[in-house]
Write a protein that binds this ligand. Structure first.
Ligand code: SME
Length: 163
């Protein structure tokens, strides 16, 4: 299936997520490779939401205990490795709970990969057996860009793509 970038998406955020989710699932139909699935999620979401400045995955490193390593993403250079418990991504990995940070500069231990990032959401990503396989991180240059709608919609989308 070919994917056509478009800018006539619904203005309502939840509706926009629903439309994008359907497109992602259609593109990924029959594709089992996890890297391909992560790359597609990053690409389509970054294209669909202009406020998304950095959009991508930190994956659980099978070679190193309690450490994330950067995976597929869209955006400026991200740091390569994040230990569980460090920064926003590490907090999401350690707790298994979505983190919404309205002002990253006020978050203790925030890892500044790009100083233009002002707010952030990080969603734990579970595999088919419910195990943590990655976290999905979105940064915005505006403060307080993310709310419960983003959390709900991203959790549902990621659950459908990777669960
Ligand atoms: N800000 C993140 C680090 C990853 S980047 O923003 C791409 C954090 O504190 O977890």
């Amino acid at each position: 299936m070919s994917y056509i970038a478009r800018d006539d998406r619904p203005a309502d955020k939840a509706e926009r997520y629903a439309e994008v989710e359907a497109e992602i699932l259609a593109v990924l139909d029959g594709e089992p490779n996890v890297t391909a699935r992560m790359a597609t999620v990053s690409s389509i979401l970054a294209d669909a939401f202009p406020a998304f400045f950095w959009t991508g995955f930190y994956v659980v490193d099978p070679a190193k205990a309690r450490e994330l390593v950067v995976g597929p993403y869209q955006g400026t250079l991200g740091c390569l490795r994040i230990a569980y418990g460090r920064g926003v991504c590490g907090a999401a990995a350690a707790t298994g709970v979505t983190q919404i940070v309205p002002d990253v500069h006020a978050f203790p231990g925030h890892i500044a990969c790009d100083s233009r990032s002002a707010s952030e959401i990080v969603v734990p990503v579970k595999g088919p057996d419910g195990e943590l396989i990655a976290v999905f991180d979105v940064d915005a240059t505006e403060k307080a860009a993310f709310d419960a709608v983003d959390a709900d919609c991203l959790e549902r989308l990621l659950g459908r793509v990777f669960g």
